[in-house]
Write a protein that binds this ligand. Structure first.
Ligand SMILES: Cc1cc2nc3c(=O)[nH]c(=O)nc-3n(C[C@H](O)[C@H](O)[C@H](O)COP(=O)(O)OP(=O)(O)OC[C@H]3O[C@@H](n4cnc5c(N)ncnc54)[C@H](O)[C@@H]3O)c2cc1C
Length: 455
């Protein structure tokens, strides 16, 4: 298909949080020619690539302009079974990569908490997983990518070729161009099972100590924190950590087929949840049940990939349970040494009266040269909160706390940070703007997020 414009439609687009819909002309892209055709026929409102729309806010929206739906460009172009390097089109999802490659003994190098993320979206947000402390973020596993630029040319960039443009694109939220293809280094695995250790911790301090002392013993680590309970038990949590099992660590009956993999959406949430379904009482009851049913201490439990990495993917469209007003995901990082700010944030959240399901806490390792790449050494906390009156004040206050502690928020989750506060979060923002001006002087690639934050 040569002309993406033929099947373009006017649509309302939102992110996963279902807030702030805007209208755009959405064109399916099956390959480079389609993307180029839309680029040539764009209006003054510019264009933007969009993957599976798992970013929560307005990162994949472009009000009044063109949006490229990349999900039809999903072919595997090359596989090197000796090294585990694969060459793919950017619209392929991590879900598909797992289905294809886990049976061959390769796992994605980094996965988000959902597998419904495209490779293009994974690079553009430079996503992190439970293994950041040992493996870094997604872009660190990309050998090169092909980028369609505003002038219609395609440039191959990587950490070793045109590194500046590569590191502006990794985490650059689609604003340097369209990622068409990428070469990704997969992770070799002997089995599709993860050996998991679980620890329940009674409060925040014991959790931070446990993670600091022993996260390095595990490839994957994540803590789920109860954000409703206050007082001495504030920050009580369930910490799960693990690594892929070797074949001889599986039960005998599984050893014949150690790489068997299947992931399914078991049920789908209907679109009829009332606005106030998730209130403080229902969420507190859920959190209590969840904490009590988790083992206090368990070792070497075998879990499947979907159970360990993507528990939420078992329920399709679960974002609907937050009701018609949608929800906000708030994710921030504070550097090591700023644990007091983390504690204050948690105190404010748990005493705010806003119902938040479990929050997720991870410990980041070293960052990378990505100019807007989110991970940097420290603690990162992510929580979902339904949109209700009064929420903006709480979150604005948290932003100030985070900036004051030398921290930052994650663009892939954001829908509301104030631009003047954002300026103080990313030291390389000026460098990012300079690269963008150089490769796209007219600002052809743009988004609602870019306009809101003057990126
Ligand atoms: C349940 C859930 C759990 C999550 N867990 C995590 C997590 O653990 N870690 C984490 O880091 N993130 C996490 N995320 C966020 C998610 O990984 C990122 O938002 C990711 O970018 C989504 O990819 P996508 O394909 O849906 O991209 P979209 O949301 O469609 O787009 C995201 C950005 O990527 C750009 N983009 C997409 N494709 C291209 C392309 N081909 N070329 C150029 N730019 C492109 C878009 O312009 C946009 O700026 C989670 C999201 C959900 C819903």
């Amino acid at each position: 298909m040569a002309d993406g414009g033929d099947t373009a439609r006017e649509v309302q687009l939102t992110g996963w949080g279902r807030t702030a819909p805007t209208a755009a002309r959405l064109s399916p892209v099956h390959g480079e020619d389609d993307a180029r055709a839309v680029l040539a026929g764009r209006t003054g409102r510019g264009l933007l690539a969009r993957g599976l729309a798992r970013s929560y806010g307005d990162a994949a929206q472009n009000a009044g302009g063109d949006v490229l739906d990349m999900t039809a460009a999903d072919r595997v172009l090359d596989i090197d079974l000796a090294t585990g390097e694969i060459e793919v089109e950017a619209g392929i999802s991590l879900d598909r990569l797992m289905t294809l490659f886990v049976p061959m003994g390769f796992f994605v190098p980094v996965t988000a908490g959902t597998r419904y993320v495209t490779v293009g979206g994974a690079i553009a947000a430079d996503i992190h997983g439970k293994n950041h402390h040992v493996a870094g973020s997604f872009a660190q596993h990309v050998a090169w990518l092909d980028l369609l630029l505003a002038d219609g040319t395609v440039r191959r960039v990587g950490p070793d070729q045109d590194a500046e443009l590569f590191w502006a694109t990794a985490g650059g939220m689609g604003l340097t161009g369209v990622i068409l293809r990428a070469r990704v280094r997969m992770k070799p695995i002997e089995s599709s099972q993860i050996l998991v250790d679980t620890d329940r911790t009674p409060d925040l301090d014991s959790l931070l100590t446990l993670m600091t002392d022993s996260d390095h013993l595990y490839d994957y680590s994540v803590a789920w924190i109860d954000c409703v309970t206050r007082g001495a038990r504030m920050g009580r949590s369930v910490l799960t950590r693990g690594r892929f099992a070797q074949r001889d660590e599986l039960p005998a009956r599984r050893q014949a087929d150690p790489l068997r993999y299947g992931a399914a959406v078991r049920v789908s949430a209907p679109d009829l949840f009332p606005p106030r379904l998730l209130n403080l009482a229902t969420v507190a009851a859920f959190n209590e049940l969840w904490y009590r049913k988790s083992p206090k201490r368990k070792r070497d439990q075998l879990q499947s990939i979907p159970t360990f990495f993507h528990p939420l993917d078992g329920v399709g469209a679960w974002n609907r349970i937050y009701g018609p007003h949608g929800f906000v995901q708030y994710q921030f990082t504070v550097p090591f040494g700023q644990e007091a700010a983390l504690r204050t944030a948690l105190e404010r959240i748990s005493s705010s009266g806003h119902a938040s399901f479990l929050a997720v806490l991870k410990r980041f390792g070293e960052g990378n040269p990505g100019l807007l790449s989110y991970p940097s050494p420290g603690w990162t906390l992510a929580l979902d909160i339904p949109v209700v009156p009064g929420l903006a004040g709480l979150l604005d206050g948290l932003d100030e706390l985070v900036v004051g502690a030398g921290g930052r928020i994650y663009l892939a989750k954001d829908s509301r940070v104030r631009p003047e506060l954002f300026e103080g979060m990313y030291a390389e923002l000026g460098a990012f703007r300079a690269v963008r001006r150089q490769v796209d002087p007219d600002g052809v690639f743009t988004s609602d997020l870019a306009r809101r934050l003057n990126l």
